[in-house]
Design a protein around this ligand. Structure first.
Ligand code: NAP
Length: 521
């Protein structure tokens, strides 16, 4: 496919109205063809008007039709997989083989959501039949289903250019819910974004759906994102990126005359606690495994563990040596964007300026945008007195925190803000301490992992990729996994309806054979 650089608004290829950009190849720090169009408020309005016009018909597609549409997106992504991975590799500096895996994961997510749609459990159908003889007054027939929230705006993430971007989990779950989607493409990978958007548009056309089911816009600054969040026809927003950006959009949405939900996924250091018996038994192995996961995606993954807490004692030296060896041997690797590279370098300087000791660095960087891995160290008291040490440094860096005893380990755990995940490494004789640590972590994280690391992530019904602020802006929801669809649903109750007027999924006789609760059973 030859890239055109257009905005994809419904069925139209829309040329630039607000200037253009070229993609950057971060490995060579050079620009790549072609030019990509920037749009503005008028293009957001065009896309939102179409998304609104498409909403009624798309949100009422049958479950079978919608599932087949999602499967066609998966097929189209698979067909474009090699080209997509090659372009994404040029635009991100990430290995092509890894990106082919990411494309496969994205296609699989659409298939998984097709199954979710077919099974219909996400509709959470509930029927509380009429009780005409109930005293002191009769009860009407009540029936509930979940419906799509409306047209939604999705901000593609920079760090996974496929599985968290245009064809990522947010788009898959929103389309599965029956929402129409306007995707704000991330400027870090415009070509990969276009290939994915065309795969989705092709499926819209294959299934004869309204053209407004999916659009992709792009802009050269905050204006396009602000226009999306402000647009009165947009009913929810999802975002993955920085805390500053996410909170600016969140606050903006709350200032609308009609505030809307904004689901932001922002920042997490994914603290890892090594309990004393595990440290003694497996210190070197855990240190090695920790650094391996910290280096995934050049440290640019939301689940990369970046703070490790261990109690002084047997095994600490083995753990420290293993981490130093692994970090020292790590080659410098290309980071995603000049902005992310610059923030990484500044983040390391900031850590040192507030008392962290740099104990190991990786091989020196060749390219301008390569990130050199780093291991820093502090003691527990320093971390407790300097909250800035617990901030995320997005990149291949880790902070080893040594604490004097179990009480200090628990105090450090209490000092963390909201996290996507935390990990505990333990042996049987650590269970008493683990039982004390667990309630502290439950209050602060969306996921707790034992004797492993949170990355890589499965996409399942029990997956939680969320957590209290600042990990996300709404800890009640996950942005990955099958229940991420709930972000795009709201309940509607139907009272006293004649059967012929009810939505098919709620009719007597259960014509679609869907799971339904009757009087709570
Ligand atoms: P970002 O700067 O927050 O940008 C994400 C997206 O939101 C971009 O499309 C950006 O548009 C848009 N945006 C940001 N602020 C906006 C605002 N105030 N108004 C309107 N639109 C806005 O994130 P990034 O570019 O991906 O990376 C920057 C930093 O984010 C990283 O260094 C890292 O710290 C963090 N990050 C964290 C995660 C995670 O999962 N924890 C993932 C990715 C990034 P423009 O590009 O046009 O400005």
């Amino acid at each position: 496919m030859s890239l055109t650089g257009h905005l994809l608004i419904g069925a139209a290829d829309v040329p630039a109205t607000e200037g253009t950009m070229k993609a950057l190849n971060p490995a060579t720090n050079t620009l790549i063809e072609p030019e990509f169009a920037f749009g503005g408020r008028a293009q957001v309005d065009q896309a939102a008007t179409l998304a609104d016009a498409a909403f009624d018909s798309y949100s009422h597609t049958s479950l079978a039709e919608r599932a087949a549409f999602l499967e066609s997106i998966a097929d189209n992504l698979n067909a474009a997989r090699e080209e997509l991975a090659a372009r994404a590799a040029l635009e991100t500096g990430l290995p092509q083989a890894q990106l082919e895996g990411e494309a496969a994961r994205a296609a699989t997510q659409f298939r998984q959501f097709a199954e979710v749609v077919r099974k219909g459990r996400f509709l959470q159908l509930a029927i509380d039949p009429a009780q005409p003889d109930r005293q002191p007054r009769p009860r009407m027939d009540h029936r509930l289903q979940k419906v799509a929230i409306g047209p939604v705006a999705i901000f593609g993430a920079s760090n996974f250019p496929i599985s968290y971007s245009v064809a990522g989990g947010d788009t898959a779950s929103a389309l599965a819910a029956g929402a129409t989607v306007i995707l704000k493409a991330h400027n870090a990978h415009p070509g990969a974004s276009e290939i994915q958007a065309r795969a989705i548009r092709k499926a819209v056309q294959m299934h004869g759906l309204h053209e407004g089911v999916f659009s992709m816009v792009r802009g050269g600054g905050n204006a396009i994102g602000e226009a999306l969040v402000d647009h009165p026809l947009i009913k929810a927003v999802t975002f993955t990126g920085s805390e500053v950006g996410g909170m600016a959009l969140y606050r903006r949405a709350q200032l609308r005359p009609d505030p809307i939900p904004v689901f932001t996924e922002m920042t997490s250091v994914n603290p890892t606690f090594i309990l004393p018996e595990a440290l003694e038994a497996r210190g070197a192995e855990i240190g090695d495994g920790f650094v391996e996961r910290m280096l995934v995606n050049v440290g640019q993954a939301c689940l990369c563990p970046s703070i490790l807490i261990a109690v002084e004692g047997e095994g600490l030296q083995a753990l420290r040596s293993a981490m130093i060896n692994r970090v020292s041997a790590a080659p410098a690797r290309t980071m995603l964007t000049p902005g992310i590279h610059g923030s990484y370098v500044k983040g390391l300087e900031a850590m040192e300026s507030v008392g962290a000791n740099l104990v190991a660095v990786g091989a020196p960087a060749d390219g301008q945008l390569e990130g050199r891995s780093a291991l820093l160290e502090v003691d527990g008291q320093r971390l407790l007195s300097e909250p800035a040490l617990a901030h995320e440094v997005f990149g291949p860096a880790a902070l080893l925190v040594t604490v004097n005893d179990e009480e200090e380990l628990l105090a450090v755990a209490r000092s963390f803000k909201g996290q996507l995940s935390a990990a505990i490494h333990l042996e049987d004789r650590d269970l008493d301490l683990a039982r004390r640590l667990l309630p502290i972590l439950e209050r602060r994280t969306g996921r707790i992992v034992v004797n492993a690391f949170a990355h890589p992530q499965e996409v399942t019904f029990a997956t939680v990729h969320g957590g209290p602020f600042p990990a996300t802006s709404d800890s009640r929801f996950t942005s990955v996994g099958m229940t991420s669809i709930e972000r795009f649903l709201r309940p509607v109750a139907y009272q006293g309806f004649p059967d012929a007027l009810l939505p098919e999924v709620l009719r007597e006789g259960n014509p679609l054979g869907l799971p339904r609760s009757i009087d709570g059973q």
